[in-house]
Design a protein around this ligand. Sequence first.
Ligand code: BDR
Ligand code: CA
Length: 325
Amino acid sequence: MPAAEHKRAVIFDTDIGIDDAMALLFLHYAPTIEIVGITTRFGNASVENTTNNALAVAEKFSISAAVYKGAAGPLGNRLGEGFPTHVHGENGMGNIELGKPSLQAESIDAAHAIVNLCKQHESLSIVAVGGLTNIAAALALDASIAQQLDDVVIMGGAFGYSGHRGNVSPVAEANIASDPLAADIVFSSEIQTSVVGLDVTHEVVFGKDFIQELAARAGEAGRFIREATDYYLNFYHSLSGEYQCPLHDSCAVAFLLRPDLFTTVQQPVRVVSEGIAIGQTIHSNDIRRYVSEEWDGIPKSNVCTAVDAAGVLDLYQSTLALAGE
Ligand code: BDR
Ligand code: CA
């Protein structure tokens, strides 16, 4: 049987900024994956910029998946406003010159594309590395996608494992806080979700050595990552005094490829959608019988609680090295 028949079909749902681009290249060069669509949304930059970034990266690296423009704003309240230009630059890609791609986004939007792709593929996963607006919108169009999808692997949330808390409030992570209502809809749906939060992404950090190795091993992809991550490393240096960044979005790809690198608990997850804890992700616990019924009847998610960080970093390097061959 040809190798292509064994490939796993994946939609990459993204607010594509710097670490999202690293994750997209990770998926693209993973031999077992076929990217069947790229759906964009606001987040690290406006949806106009993130769509341009997706098209530019797809064109530069001959990623054949169609790009579908998605949500320009959240379904419900979000924490904060504007875009994190101090983290991802004005264009969401560390201000590196991407030019205007000749590729164009498809005429249907991201939510409709997710529904259509679910019907076209017998087996389909989503790697969601922005907020969950597009997936919640797709569920509103057609709730049966919950059964059609194999799973959705989500970079988002923070549950307090290993002392890791929020990055946009003491309790909230940026993707989930950008649309808490959408996240709560997705976690409360019948979709099989896996949550790769700050609990593990803050354990998987890279520095300049990692980037130099990529630049040496991964050809044009490595050089592109070196250029794009310069701004990102400088931001993290301004926070901690060290050139060390979490490999956030690529951890979701690593979970899809090698779930054995992660420790998980299976618990229902809810998201706080208003008030001072807006965007907080909270999982239930089997040990107690609660007075609250808010987690009753919510399907269980796989929540990542620990990670083999060296294993994820090695997997990233060895996969990207295929780009240099
Ligand atoms: C998440 O927020 C975004 O800035 C990153 O791309 C990542 O998806 C981390 O909190
Ligand atoms: Ca992202």
